[in-house]
Design a binder for this molecule. Sequence first.
Ligand SMILES: Nc1ncnc2c1ncn2[C@@H]1O[C@H](COP(=O)(O)OP(=O)(O)OP(=O)(O)O)[C@@H](O)[C@H]1O
Ligand SMILES: [Mg+2]
Length: 709
Amino acid sequence: MESSSSPANFPRWAPSPSPSRLLLSPVEDTKIKSSSAAHDSAEDGISLSCSSMERIFPFSIGFKSTTTSTAYASAVEKSEAENAYVRRSGATDVELGSRENGISLTWEDLWVGVGDGKSGQKMILQGLTGFAQPGEVLAIMGPSGCGKSTLLDALAGRPSSNAQQRGKILINGRKETLAYGTSAYVTQDDTLMTTLTVREVVYYSAQLQLPNSMSKTEKKERAETTIREMGLQDSMDTRIGGWSRKGLSGGQKRRVSICIEILTRPKLLFLDEPTSGLDSAASYHVMNRIIKLAHRDGRTVISSIHQPSSEVFELFQNLCLLSSGITVYFGPASKAEQFFASNSFPCPTMTNPSDHYLRTINKDFDVEMIDGKTSTEEAINILIRSYESSNTLKQVHLKVNEICQQGGGALEKGRQTNFITQCLVLTRRSFVNMYRDLGYYWLRLAIYIALCLCVGTIFQDIGLTFGSIQARGSMLMFVAAFLTFMAIGGFPSFVEDMKIFERERLNGHYGVAAYVVGNTLSSIPYLLMVSLIPGAIAYYLVGLQKSSDHFAYFALVLFVCLMLVESLMMIVASTVPDFLMGIITGAGIQGIMMLNGGFFRLPDDLPKPFWRYPMYYIAFHKYANQGFYKNEFEGLTFPNNQAGGPPTITGEEILKGTWQVEMGYSKWVDLAILLGMVIVYRLIFLGIIKISEKVVPMIKALLVGVPKH
Ligand SMILES: Nc1ncnc2c1ncn2[C@@H]1O[C@H](COP(=O)(O)OP(=O)(O)OP(=O)(O)O)[C@@H](O)[C@H]1O
Ligand SMILES: [Mg+2]
């Protein structure tokens, strides 16, 4: 039997001793640390005020630093990052050459604040300065809530709506807008289409994002290779799954989200905790893959990360360590250990350095102060002060200036497939999603059938009596108002759809017009089904006008009304963030429209200001009711039970006298108006998205004050 220490038993990614952090015995390690510190200090002659203090930190395992000074800063020379890059990645000149076409991102004195009720403003990020370069990976680390996601959002040009931002963020030395297709951002939350399999999700995304110059087979291959790169080959045909049906695990979903964003090999990639939910081996493989991509093609990667294993930590070139939005350290990852050591917080031997950094700067649980030990608050202050006065920060400023002066190519939006293909792919994807999501249409179909059976049996064989006039009116009103009202039931599914649209739009996968077209086309077959089957049940059970063209008109109006309510709900979804609030808002709007649609209060009796003009004309129920009424009453004759009147009464007379229908135009005009409303509503949705995309940031920039500090 092979011994367990045999090299053959090591996993193939077993880390080799790092050039920056040798795997030595504790004694040797300590010797190296002190000698290197001494050497550095002699060379540099810089002494930090705190270094002579003997300090015991709660997490220090009895190690008392004897370091007298540090030359940490001297190690961060201009070429350091490049040397480290070449050393760590083995990059060649050719690869370094490709970095020139890449994207360099710099930020200086970046402040982000949010309104904080009575107390004014809460600062989330405070004066951050840093850079990210092609071919390098910057890791943003810090305790939960320290501002990692906020920093990524700010850099990616997606600050939250209530945040105010100040500072200079430059791309290749220029002020450019970074959004919609120029970079990719894997956010902290996974928003994926739960009904699709991994293969489908990634392949549809490849079809949407990759250019027309690539064949379908190439796109499929790219999708499958990417899935394999993320280690998801065994789950290719597993559905993503959501609340109703368990599918992928959290870590697998994370990897699918990464797959989608690295499909196009973006020049600038933001990752917010890409390894959450992954075991250490999976984290290593995922990060290694991303980092290899960055190195090979000169791509810039900025990633926040929690708790990386030492192997994963070794993969990063630069480290940005934050505590409550303040930089504790920004510089080469390999030098962070020296920085901590020089401030008397050396990383205990056999400890993962990233664990040590986080434990040193996490004050969230700092409730019990141990006598004689430095509190975390103090430790953080020492590190922050030390960093502020260090050469590292000066070097960072120099590097930022250098990058800004160097400039670089203009930011290009990746080549994508054309609008028609996007519409077709989105239609197909949405159609499959609607088919598989029971809540979208199938449940509605079942409820509609049940409701129409109820309507059909309650009003069964309505006949042509005088009383049937009122019954007909009520039955048609129920269909026009309450049945269409129930289209609200698909709203939660639609909101899920919108979240995916939002994510994909922000990453520039396609535009809002393609989404509207895709959503409209894919819903048509289902809406037709939902209006035809239950509609026929109600129509023929009640015994409305028998001819097929009368039924066709009835079903068409029902279909257009359902579409209209969906369009209305799209507008609601684009303005109200939450689905519960959306349902309440949508129900409220429809309730009002229903009320003044001309049935509950006859049109002539509606108060003229507001309710008659303009509300009566805005409510789609007016046109639906009048269309239905004209379709049904025209051509019928009823016995007249009213005293002193003629023996019979015609449908036209009922329309004019009883229902106060406008008879100046035909029922087809009502249908055309309803169709026009569908188009207008969808255009309003498109407009709202466009405005929130373009105009709101401009207005915000003009109106909102900069954070005070
Ligand atoms: N839009 C906002 N409005 C109010 N507070 C906010 C907003 N965005 C962030 N914050 C606050 O700012 C702090 C930093 O949030 P952020 O999400 O950036 O933390 P994080 O470092 O990403 O945390 P985690 O590691 O848990 O994801 C938190 O205290 C959070 O509550
Ligand atoms: Mg976060």
